[in-house]
Unconditional design. Structure first.
Length: 374
């Protein structure tokens, strides 16, 4: 059985880290080493990890001055001894068969550089919100990955260790440029230039979303996206220019949703208008109008409802999230629903599917940087 190195960057992670470690150590695939990189925490993160490490020798604590998540992950990768690298953020969880199913795919397809899985969204107490992230994209995914980070989050992939030798590790320079937010996306793009991706189409990651954990530095996140895409375009100048415009539109829409979630309604309006200006197909989605209307209404009403929290039901997938929350849906039910969602559900999705089919058919080489390397 190949060793899997689990990498957990942790900064003041005391509220959620124990649950995260429990989910990792309870994996059905148990040939693991778990490296927790304390990034200069000032709470009880270190004591918590030391306590768990005394009970389970697979857990190892590394410590460094506060340097940011990219350097913390890179420190873990450097110290790792496993054939596969599995990052997870300190507030997320894995469901029991996550690593087992990903390792199985890796062993079946030795050319694959990264295997991802689907994510279900959790609230602060660990309950399902009903929101989720799915994708069935695999193989040469480079152009699709430019448009959006369909891998979803940093806790979803299992990565072949040898890939880092070819493409490098997480880009810590983004933090130095006050442009944090796209470190994982940047890495996935470099990997997709050389390696095929594979997917386990099941919900095996619990991705925790709380207002306190979300960055509200939207300008820095936008700058992170711009720098990441500029570097991708420099490496692959022949990629269709329209793909980068779609990517910018999609990212602005994500910032609009995030700012609405955090209660920053004026910012939400600004980012949504930028998204529409870059890609008019957003006007084919009724959720676009819902977000604009809700943000405008709440911004105007702010003096009268200043104590109201963020719009946690808003966004391009709001209706789906609310309906699922009301029914108390389980992960098994979500897996069933996701399998059934095979056809476009709106004009927007139909247009998206058609234009992406044209882009994929126009891809001239198996990989932008040539064939994958082992």
């Amino acid at each position: 059985m190949p060793l899997v190195s689990v990498i957990i960057p942790a900064y003041n992670a005391e509220p959620f880290l124990e649950r995260t470690l429990e989910s990792v150590l309870s994996q059905t695939y148990n040939h693991l080493e778990v490296l927790v990189i304390d990034d200069g925490s000032t709470d009880r993160t270190v004591e918590l990890v030391q306590s768990v490490a005394q009970r389970d020798r697979r857990v190892r604590l590394l410590q460094q001055p506060n340097s940011g998540v990219a350097i913390a992950r890179n420190s873990g990768i450097q110290a790792a001894q496993g054939e596969f690298i599995a990052p997870i953020d300190a507030d997320d969880i894995w469901y029991p068969q996550k690593l087992e199913k990903q390792v199985r795919v890796m062993l079946q397809d030795t050319s694959a550089g990264l295997v991802y899985t689907w994510s279900i969204y959790l609230n602060e107490t660990g309950e399902l919100t009903g929101g989720y992230k799915t994708s069935r994209l695999e193989g040469n995914v480079y152009f699709a990955l430019i448009q959006g980070n369909f891998v979803g989050n940093a806790s979803a992939p299992l990565i072949r260790r040898t890939c880092f030798d070819q493409v490098g590790t997480y880009n810590h320079q983004l933090k130095a440029q006050n442009a944090q937010g796209c470190e994982d996306w940047d890495l996935y793009l470099r990997m997709a230039e050389r390696y095929p991706f594979r997917v386990v189409p099941e919900f095996l990651v619990g991705y925790r979303q709380t207002v306190s954990s979300m960055s509200r530095n939207y300008a820095a996140m936008s700058r992170s996206h711009s720098l990441t895409m500029a570097e991708a375009r420099r490496r692959n100048p022949d990629a269709p220019a329209v793909v980068y415009r779609w990517s910018s539109s999609r990212y602005c829409a994500c910032l609009a949703m995030q700012s609405s979630w955090c209660g920053d309604y004026q910012d939400s309006l600004v980012w949504m208008c930028k998204a529409i200006a870059l890609d008019l197909t957003l006007l084919l989605q009724k959720q676009t109008y819902e977000l604009l209307f809700k943000s405008a209404l709440k911004q105007m009403a702010r003096p009268f409802v200043s104590g109201m929290g963020g719009d946690r039901g808003s966004g391009l997938w709001a209706k789906r999230r609310v309906e699922m929350s009301r029914t108390g849906v389980s992960i098994a039910e979500l897996n069933t629903r996701a399998v059934e969602e095979t056809q476009p559900q709106s004009w927007y999705h139909t247009v998206q599917a058609r234009r992406w089919q044209r882009i994929i058919e126009g891809a001239s080489t198996p990989f932008p940087q040539g064939q994958q390397q082992g």
